[in-house]
Ligand binder design. Structure first.
Ligand SMILES: CC(C)[C@H](C(=O)O)[C@@H](O)C(=O)O
Ligand code: SF4
Length: 466
């Protein structure tokens, strides 16, 4: 019998092209996603060196960060955004790369469209010039974000030089309570470990909570791995994974599917395999979460008060600065805080299950008058599903509008900016100063918490509506 091996090592070792003594491994990349922000300079680099793209059929382009979320049929107004989008289109055409640009029926946020079209598969290595590439780890892939110079490296050689990260496992057993979603699980883990607690590690999530989670939930969790500093996160593929993938456009079919399944079934951590560090939590300890500070680790159970400086790992000075920016004080209740905006969307929570969850609370209620709500599907496929399932009718009835797909207010690279000083309950992944627009104040939470805030106008425990 072979040495017990982790899922991570199995996938990693299968992709090492060459080992460099005391150096990084040369590592083969199965799938490379590109978007308009981090690819133009990489293509310029290729141009400068007079070389092309090695495997254009392993490279996939979609426009998401700079795209408007209304009137997508009109020319993009902002010249900077228009230029980025144009470059992605031109570069893709020039190198024969599949390009889902603005208005394309498969267009959407890169980390939403990859999985939903079956491009992301178990056991793969996947990179993108984007930190939330960790999302794809939900399928048992090694997926991580890279910088623009590495994008150029992958375009030209389909390889990358990577030192092997250390291994961490987070295990959560038990059953999640009412109103506790995958987003709460990930915000809880990050609050326990802090926003830097997993730096240098690749994290496997294990235990009943993840085994019982849908693929969309697993994507939410893996997506946020980067927010605790991890290089990426992954979950062993199982029947849930295979059922999700079966029949997706670019997933293997027929005999190839059977062959793939046989391999995918080997992709789990063996009994007795060891990790550099392990953490274990109980599902019963997790309640709906919300952040009150300016990094994703500054979050807590929604029914709790804002912690005292002495209770947080971040250091007193930075904690106080963070609360100052948010206009909050130690030991205040978060419930009842008035809010101005609600953002449902992003690669963390812009999938169909997130819209179903949101709709389950706003159904039969009305949007609060003081709230501006931006509901932004992660892709056109999600948008179509929202309409097909009658969710749009529920939203419209409750006084909400649906926007068109893209990253939107997650990072406000388009026109969707939260104004200075305003509070947004947001289903996205980052709450840094100015992340959603200069001076904006972000409270990260689940779609259920966002919905409860949207109908009451204040931070509200969603469990009272369930
Ligand atoms: C623009 C891009 C490089 C960036 C990232 O790497 O994550 C963005 O997607 C984000 O979420 O901040
Ligand atoms: S939705 Fe947000 S986190 Fe995701 S890729 Fe876009 S900007 Fe980054």
């Amino acid at each position: 019998m072979n040495n017990p091996t982790t899922l991570f090592d199995k996938v990693w070792d299968a992709h090492v092209v060459r080992k460099i003594e005391d150096g990084p491994d040369v590592f083969f990349i199965d799938r490379h996603f590109i978007h308009e922000v981090t690819s133009p300079v990489a293509f310029l680099g290729l141009e400068g060196r007079g070389i092309g793209v090695m495997y254009n059929n392993r490279t996939f382009a979609t426009a998401d960060h700079n795209t408007p979320t209304i009137n997508q049929h009109l020319p993009v107004q902002d010249p900077l955004s228009a230029n980025q989008l144009q470059q992605l289109e031109t570069n893709s055409a020039k190198h024969g790369i599949s390009h889902w640009g603005l208005g394309h029926q498969k267009n959407g946020i890169v980390h939403v469209v990859g999985p939903e079209n079956g491009i992301t598969l178990p056991g793969m290595t996947i990179v993108c010039g984007d930190s939330h590439t960790s999302t794809h780890g939900a399928f048992g892939a090694i997926a991580f974000g890279i910088g623009t110079s590495e994008v150029e490296m992958v375009l030209s050689s389909q390889c990358i030089m990577q030192p092997k990260p250390k291994k961490m496992r987070v295990t959560i057993n038990g059953t999640l309570g009412k109103g506790v979603t995958p987003k709460d699980v990930t915000l809880y883990i990050i609050a326990q470990l802090s926003a830097a607690g997993a730096t240098g590690y690749f994290c496997e999530y294990a235990g009943e909570v993840f085994e019982n989670m849908t693929m969309e939930g697993r994507m939410t969790v893996c997506n946020m791995s980067i927010e605790m500093g991890a290089r990426g996160g992954m979950i062993a593929p199982d029947e849930t994974t295979f059922n999700y993938l079966n029949g997706r456009e670019q997933a293997p079919k027929g005999e190839a599917w059977e062959k793939a399944l046989a391999y995918w079934n080997t992709l789990k951590t063996d009994e007795g395999a060891t990790f550099d560090v392990e953490y274990t939590y109980n599902a019963a300890d997790i309640e709906p979460q919300i952040t009150y500070g300016t990094n994703p680790g500054l979050g807590t159970g929604i029914s709790k008060n804002i912690p005292l400086a002495s209770e947080v790992i971040d250091g007193e000075a930075s904690y106080k600065k963070s609360l100052g920016y948010m206009g909050f004080a130690e030991n205040e209740s978060i419930i009842g805080k008035p809010i101005d905006y609600v953002f449902l969307g992003s690669c963390t929570n812009g999938r169909i299950e997130d819209f179903r969850a949101f709709a389950s609370i706003v159904k039969g209620r009305k949007k609060a008058d003081n709230v501006t709500a931006w509901l932004v599907p992660g892709s056109h496929i999600v948008e179509a599903q929202i309409k097909e399932e009658g969710i749009l009718d529920v939203l419209t009835e409750a006084g909400f509008l649906l926007r068109q797909p893209g990253c939107s207010a997650c990072l406000a690279m388009n026109d969707d900016k939260i104004p200075a000083g305003k509070y947004a309950v947001s289903t996205s992944n980052r709450n840094f100063e100015g992340r959603q627009g200069p001076g904006s104040r972000t409270l990260l939470a689940s779609p259920l918490v966002a919905a409860a805030a949207a109908v009451t106008g204040v931070v509200t425990d969603p469990r009272q509506f369930l």
